[in-house]
Write a protein that binds this ligand. Structure first.
Ligand SMILES: Cc1cc2nc3c(=O)[nH]c(=O)nc-3n(C[C@H](O)[C@H](O)[C@H](O)COP(=O)(O)OP(=O)(O)OC[C@H]3O[C@@H](n4cnc5c(N)ncnc54)[C@H](O)[C@@H]3O)c2cc1C
Length: 456
């Protein structure tokens, strides 16, 4: 055993240190575009104290440390650039569940689906619902400030985090917020750590806010000939007076890939779909569902009210159905003002055509959040190169439409170089100052989120 491994084993125990690092721990969902990182060792701490000791060791020896959740991220953030991978997988305890206080205190390694199940079993609900819920972890959701379909009405993960326990440089445990619904003492360090993609600290536990689950959730889906008609329907739904819990879309390519829409006649002949869900007490949800259905009628080929479980099961399979077309994909998550949705959707296909790639998109229409996707064969290096070039053009388009490089996946390693194109120099300098203040040696997930920002 080398000195490195012996010292790491002294922190987390022999059984929880691995070198060489298993292949899966160097990758995330960008594996579908053949992206991978490298690292010298994988450590699985069992407590926040062990995470603190690990970061202290890294700070003493100038070794990079990359936190790893479920590896379902779409930006290469958990694909390390050397050093050590800190997997939170052993830290999945529920420290407290207080149904009468509508809250939960859980460790970062708990799977998202487990958080959902526990809340439901206690008559409550944790609304943030990014896909890959069995794989992703609470800490990864917090680190990316993940969204999901119901973020439209209920907000993103950070809106449901009351407090965090985290480990920051040079190896200190801190607690920001707590089991409190309100707390404005001090600066909002909770907000700073949320969405920081492991570059400012490692989240070890969180206090989550829960709410009673709505009695009913009733979806409707409208099918349209093209993106213009579909985007107009999205605007109609927004103007209808009902507040949709979710407002999603799929374009022609995504609909063709995700066959089996659970309604009579499927999606045959449609070039765009808009899915809206009404929720709340049964009578209110039914009334809102009818209002949304009426709003979706204009310009529609058909409007259906499918069974919720079947529809959401179909919706959660879209990403994998698209991958299955050619074996791989490069999928982005740009967001634009909602009235520019059709331009982003059409633009994605046009960019794909210019680079000789099949392209499609789907996503969170109400949030203007577009999973713009270029299909590829992961074994074809030339095609991967064309997809990367197409993504750069897509970022240009999103920014030209007044949008952002990332609505929910974060910048990771694959988009960090473009932050300078979205932010003005003064804001970029402020971002750099935050990183330097919290991670002066730049050892926390180096290369992610702020790459090249200093040179910009
Ligand atoms: C099929 C599919 C559908 C998806 N749908 C959505 C969606 O609807 N909305 C959405 O927002 N995302 C979606 N995602 C992306 C992804 O699931 C989310 O970003 C998820 O929250 C990432 O969690 P993870 O535990 O897998 O994180 P990882 O991929 O392991 O890590 C992501 C980033 O967080 C950092 N990190 C992880 N854990 C910690 C920690 N404890 N402390 C500090 N930093 C940490 C990592 O270093 C990395 O930078 C989807 C992914 C897939 C594969």
């Amino acid at each position: 055993m080398t000195t490195l491994l012996r010292e790491l084993a002294g922190i987390a125990g022999d059984a929880n240190v691995e070198a060489p690092v298993p292949r899966a721990a160097l990758r995330d969902a960008t594996e579908a575009q053949a992206y991978a990182g490298r690292a010298d060792a994988l450590v699985r701490p069992g407590s926040a104290e062990e995470v603190a000791a690990l970061l202290a060791w890294c700070y003493r020896h100038d070794v990079p440390l990359t936190a790893r959740g479920g590896g379902s991220g779409f930006a290469g953030g958990a694909a390390p650039e050397g050093g050590i991978v800190c997997s939170l997988e052993r830290m999945r305890a529920v420290r407290a569940l207080v149904p009468e206080g509508w809250r939960m205190h859980a460790e970062a390694g708990l799977a998202t689906a487990h958080v959902h199940r526990l809340a439901r079993e206690n008559g409550l609900w944790f609304p943030p619902d990014p896909g890959a819920a069995e794989q992703s972890q609470l800490g990864g959701n917090i680190a990316t400030n993940a969204g999901g379909p119901h973020a439209f009405k209920y907000g993103v993960t950070g809106d449901w985090v009351m407090g965090l326990e985290a480990v920051v440089a040079p190896g200190e445990m801190v607690r920001v917020g707590g089991p409190l619904r309100k707390d404005v003492a001090g600066y909002d360090l909770r907000g700073l750590l949320i969405g920081s993609e492991g570059t400012l600290g490692i989240v070890t536990a969180a206090w989550l806010r829960l709410i009673p689950a709505p009695e009913a959730a009733l979806p409707v889906i409208g099918l349209y000939p093209d993106a213009d008609a579909g985007a107009a329907a999205v605007q109609n739904a927004l103007a209808s007076g009902a507040i949709p819990a979710a407002l999603e879309f799929l374009d022609a390519g995504a609909l063709a890939a995700a066959a089996g829409l659970p309604v009579d006649g499927g999606s045959a002949g449609a070039g765009f779909a808009v899915l809206a869900e009404a929720d709340g007490p049964l009578a209110g949800a039914q009334a809102d569902r009818d209002t949304l259905a009426e709003a979706l009628e204009d310009g529609a080929l058909a409007v259906h009210a499918p069974a919720p479980e079947a529809l959401w099961r179909w919706r959660s399979g879209v990403s994998h159905a698209v991958i299955a077309q050619r074996g791989g994909k490069l999928s982005e998550d740009v967001a634009v003002p909602v009235e520019r949705l059709a331009e982003a959707v059409r633009g994605t296909v046009e960019i794909g055509e210019r680079h000789g790639l099949q392209a499609c998109s789907w996503g969170h229409a109400g949030d203007g959040n577009v999973h713009a996707t270029f299909l590829l064969d992961p074994g074809d290096a030339a095609e991967r190169g064309r997809a990367a070039a197409a993504a750069e053009e897509l970022f240009d388009l999103a920014l030209a439409l007044g949008g952002t490089l990332s609505g929910e996946h974060g910048l990771g390693r694959l988009k960090a170089h473009r932050l300078k194109d979205q932010l003005d120099p003064a804001t970029l300098a402020l971002q750099r100052a935050v990183k330097d203040a919290l991670d002066p040696k730049g050892l926390l997930n180096p290369g992610a989120k702020l790459r090249d920002a200093r040179a910009a």
